[in-house]
Design a protein around this ligand. Structure first.
Ligand code: NAP
Length: 304
C-alpha cells in the first residue's frame, strides 16, 4: 500500500511512499482509508519522529476485512482512531475504537471527529454539569475548540470563546458561542469551567477566572509556552486544575465516536472542515495548520 511517511528531505517532511500492508491483530479489522484529519498534536510529531514513520490518529473509510469475533462487516463505512498509521491507504484498527457511519454522513466529516471531537466531549464531561453555567473555551478557533463550543452550548452552558483575531472567530456565534473575545484579559466575570488548549499565560489567566468550585481542564499547550502562576494566585477557595488525556479512564472511544457521528447526521454538530484536499497536498495543509490559518479541521482525501 501507499502511506504518507515522514521524510526529512520532502516538502513539509512528508512523502507518499510504498510501505508494507498492515496485518490485523485479533480484535482488529482492516479498512480501506478514504479520508484522514490532521491534529496539531500529531503534526507537531512530524519534526520529531524517525524517517519512514507513518503517523495518523484519525481515519475514515470502508471495512475490507472484518475482525474474527466482533465488529463491523465487510463493506461497512466507519470512522476510526488509533495511536498511529492512519495516514495510509489501509489501516488495521481495534474494533472498539471505531464507529459505523450513518449512510448520509460524509467520509471527510467523519474523519474530523475522533481526536478533536472526542477530546472536546470528554473534557466537557470532566467539567461536570454545565446547564446554566459559564464556560470559557480557549483556542476556540481550532479543531478541539470548535467542537467544544458546540458541545458546551448543547449542554446548556453560556459559552465564551477566546480566539486570536476576529477572523479566527468567524462562524463561532452560529455554532453557539455567546461571546467571542480576542483576548482573555477582557473577561472579568468568573467562569465555572475552562476548556484550555493554549497553555502559557492563557492557562494562568484562565485559572484566575474560576469561580469557587470551578475547574480548568488542561487539554493542550498549542502555544508551546511555559506558564507562570503569580504568588498566591493558586491559594484561596477551592478551584481545580485538571490534567486531561482523551483516552483517560474511559478507554476505547467507539461509543463516543458513534454519538458524535449521530449528531453530525442530525445536523446538531458541524465538524468545521476549513480545508480539504488530496493527501498529495499534505505539506500545504500542515503549513496552514501550524501557521494558525485553519479555522477548524483540515482533511486529506486519500486519492488513488
Ligand atoms: N490531551 C489530549 O488528549 C489532547 C487531545 C487533543 C488535542 N490536544 C492538544 O490540544 C491543543 C489543541 O489541539 P487542536 O488540534 O485543536 O489544535 P488547533 O486546531 O491548531 O487549535 C489550537 C488553537 O490554539 C490557538 N493558539 C493560541 N496561541 C497559539 C500559538 N502560539 N500557537 C498555536 N496556536 C495557538 C489557535 O487559535 P488562534 O489562532 O485563534 O489564537 C488555535 O486555533 C494542542 O496542544 C493539542 O496537542 C490534547
Amino acid at each position: 500500500m501507499r502511506a504518507l511517511i515522514v521524510a526529512p528531505d520532502a516538502p513539509g517532511r512528508l512523502r507518499i511512499a510504498e510501505v508494507p500492508d498492515p496485518t490485523p491483530k485479533p480484535g482488529e479489522c482492516l479498512i480501506h482509508v478514504e479520508a484522514v484529519s490532521l491534529n496539531r498534536g500529531e503534526v507537531n510529531q512530524i519534526a520529531r519522529v524517525a524517517a519512514g514513520t507513518v503517523l495518523g490518529w484519525d481515519a475514515a473509510g470502508t471495512v475490507i476485512q472484518a475482525a474474527a469475533q466482533d465488529g463491523p462487516a465487510v463493506g461497512t463505512r466507519v470512522v476510526t482512531n488509533g495511536p498511529a498509521r492512519g495516514w495510509a491507504e489501509l489501516r488495521a484498527v481495534d474494533v472498539r475504537d471505531l464507529a459505523e457511519l450513518p449512510a448520509d454522513v460524509d467520509i471527510g466529516a467523519a474523519a474530523a471527529l475522533p481526536v478533536a471531537g472526542v477530546t472536546a466531549l470528554r473534557a466537557l464531561r470532566v467539567a461536570g454539569s454545565l446547564l446554566g453555567r459559564r464556560v470559557l473555551v480557549t483556542g476556540a478557533s481550532g479543531g478541539v475548540g470548535r467542537f467544544a463550543v458546540q458541545l458546551a452550548h448543547r449542554a446548556g452552558a453560556y459559552v465564551i470563546a477566546v480566539v486570536g483575531s476576529e477572523a479566527r472567530g468567524a462562524g463561532l456565534t452560529t455554532l453557539g458561542a455567546d461571546e467571542i473575545v480576542t483576548s482573555i484579559d477582557v473577561v472579568t466575570r468568573p467562569v465555572f469551567a475552562v476548556i484550555e488548549t493554549v497553555g502559557g499565560q492563557m492557562l494562568a489567566t484562565a485559572f484566575g477566572l474560576l469561580e469557587a468550585g470551578g475547574s480548568v481542564i488542561s487539554i493542550g499547550a498549542a502555544s508551546g509556552q511555559a506558564t507562570t502562576f503569580s504568588p498566591y494566585s493558586t491559594v484561596g477557595p477551592h478551584r481545580s486544575l485538571v490534567s486531561f488525556t482523551m483516552r483517560g479512564e474511559d478507554g476505547s472511544i467507539g461509543q463516543d465516536l458513534a454519538y458524535l457521528a449521530g449528531l453530525v447526521q442530525s445536523g446538531a454538530l458541524d465538524p468545521q472542515i476549513a480545508w480539504r484536499g488530496s493527501w498529495e497536498r499534505s505539506a500545504e495543509a500542515v503549513q496552514l495548520l501550524l501557521g494558525r490559518k485553519i479555522n477548524g479541521k483540515a482533511i486529506l482525501d486519500i486519492t488513488r
